[in-house]
Design a protein around this ligand. Structure first.
Ligand code: AMP
Ligand code: GLY
Length: 420
């Protein structure tokens, strides 16, 4: 069958690599794609925000499945537009994508379905938010309700910090995303990510991962989209995984179906694993970036069939099979990331890194400039290594990094430290 993948980052390159392996694939298209994706798919310049244009393209090219990578088109209802046109799409509807698009929506659902998460208050005005934060005291977490490109969360160690964050939110620091604020209990423990595939009524555990959000070694400096990740996460034991499914994922899928907005796609749970077990920090309704780069190569089933089954509400296999390998990815970013990444730096050696045993390079923010490959974004490449354990995977990943010549780039040297 013909498949259209939406997106242009490292996550989508990993999706493209996995879909391209499917014996059921006739042709893979990607809008807009990137130079790495172009090795396994035809990159096309369809405007993803123009739903009619996407539907027309699908009709013209006889696309039978659309796989949506990033959150923005989900929140904008691309899946709804495709389904109205009779085209199967992997990803939640606009209503179901509220699990990522509105933190207050998710907290209310957790309260209704008895899902373990931090205590919270949800506020549409500054003074009640301030009063709640003062009453609860620090440490406390202040979150803009809507999508704020990962910047809408302040973990306040003092009441003064929490007050400043609330004031900033209501003064428009995050635009419309901050028109409502969630003030939430500070959770202690170890963070991990958990991914489950859902078809509207059923869910299957996919895999766990841990990422590194801070830009600098030792988890220092500003937050980023993620500087590296590994899978599986040792903290997510089989027992924890089973609890995440029964206490968090399954009740969510049930509650969403009951609310008339069945969740289809991948549910990405950000967890805090503390002494009482796993608690939900937040949901994303798409694959993680760079977590996808370490999860999908571990999948031992046909990804195209799994994603299509989710889209068609027919996820009727008993489990997702994983290979007994660990994967670890290192993000090469452009100097200046995350504040002001330098564009245009030349990159050499990607082929040499890819030629190493147990190493795969995915493109996150690159473009062609004549014959050269140059940086075209904050996160530029992901170098992923595979091995029998995290230590071996890390060795392969950094061996790959050593082959790449990117003078205007940098990476963290300590990805995986928590697992070692
Ligand atoms: P989020 O955008 O919700 O993932 O939050 C960004 C980061 O803030 C998370 O990865 C956590 O490190 C931290 N965080 C968010 N909520 C909490 C919480 N309730 N308790 C402790 N840390 C939190
Ligand atoms: N790496 C975190 C995310 O994709 O949201």
């Amino acid at each position: 069958m013909n498949v259209l993948l939406i997106g242009s980052g490292g996550r989508e390159h990993a999706l493209a690599n996995a879909l391209a392996k499917s014996p059921r694939l006739t042709k893979l298209f990607c809008a807009p794609g990137n130079p790495g994706i172009a090795n396994v798919a035809e990159c096309v310049s369809v405007d993803v925000a123009d739903h009619a244009a996407v539907v027309n393209f699908c009709r013209l090219m006889k696309i039978e499945l659309v796989v949506v990578g990033p959150e923005q088109p989900l929140v904008e209802g691309l899946v709804d537009s495709l389904e109205v046109a009779g085209i199967a799409a992997f990803g939640p509807s606009k209503a179901a994508a509220q699990l990522e698009g509105s933190k207050g929506f998710t907290k209310d659902l957790c309260a209704r379905a008895n899902i373990p998460t931090g205590a919270y208050g949800r506020f549409a005005d500054r003074d009640s938010a301030l009063a709640y934060a003062r009453k609860q005291g620090a440490p406390i977490v202040v979150k803009a309700d809507g999508l704020a490109a990962g910047k809408g969360v302040v973990v306040a160690m003092t009441t003064a910090e929490a007050e400043a964050a609330i004031v900033a939110c209501f003064e428009g620091a995050f635009g419309a995303a901050g028109a409502e604020v969630v003030v939430e209990e500070f959770l202690e423990g170890e963070e991990a990510s958990f991914f489950a595939l859902c078809d509207g009524s059923r869910a299957l555990a996919l895999a766990s991962a841990q990422d590194h959000k801070r830009v600098g070694d030792g988890d220092t400096g500003p937050n980023t989209g993620g500087m590296g990740a590994y899978s599986p996460a040792p903290v997510v034991t089989d027992a924890v995984s089973a609890r995440v499914m029964t206490e968090i994922v399954e009740p969510t899928v049930r509650a969403m179906a009951e609310a008339g907005m069945p969740f289809k796609g991948v549910l990405f749970a950000g967890l805090m694993i503390g002494k009482d077990g796993p608690k939900l920090i937040e949901f994303n309704t798409r694959f993680g970036d760079p977590e996808t780069q370490v999860i999908l190569p571990r999948v031992d089933d046909d990804l195209l069939t799994l994603l299509e089954s989710c889209a068609r509400g027919k996820l009727d296999v008993p489990r997702v099979n994983l290979k007994p390998v660990s994967a670890l990815t290192v993000v090469l970013a452009a100097k200046g990331y995350p504040a002001a990444p330098q564009k245009g730096g030349e990159i050499r050696g990607v082929d040499k890194a890819n030629a190493l045993d147990g190493v795969v390079v995915t493109h996150a923010g690159t473009k062609r400039s004549g014959e050269a490959l140059v940086a075209n974004g904050g996160r530029v490449l992901n170098v992923t290594g595979f091995g029998p354990d995290v230590r071996a995977a890390r060795e392969r990943a950094y061996a790959g990094v050593a082959q790449i010549d990117f003078a205007d780039g940098f990476c963290r040297q300590d990805i995986g430290w928590r697992a070692l």
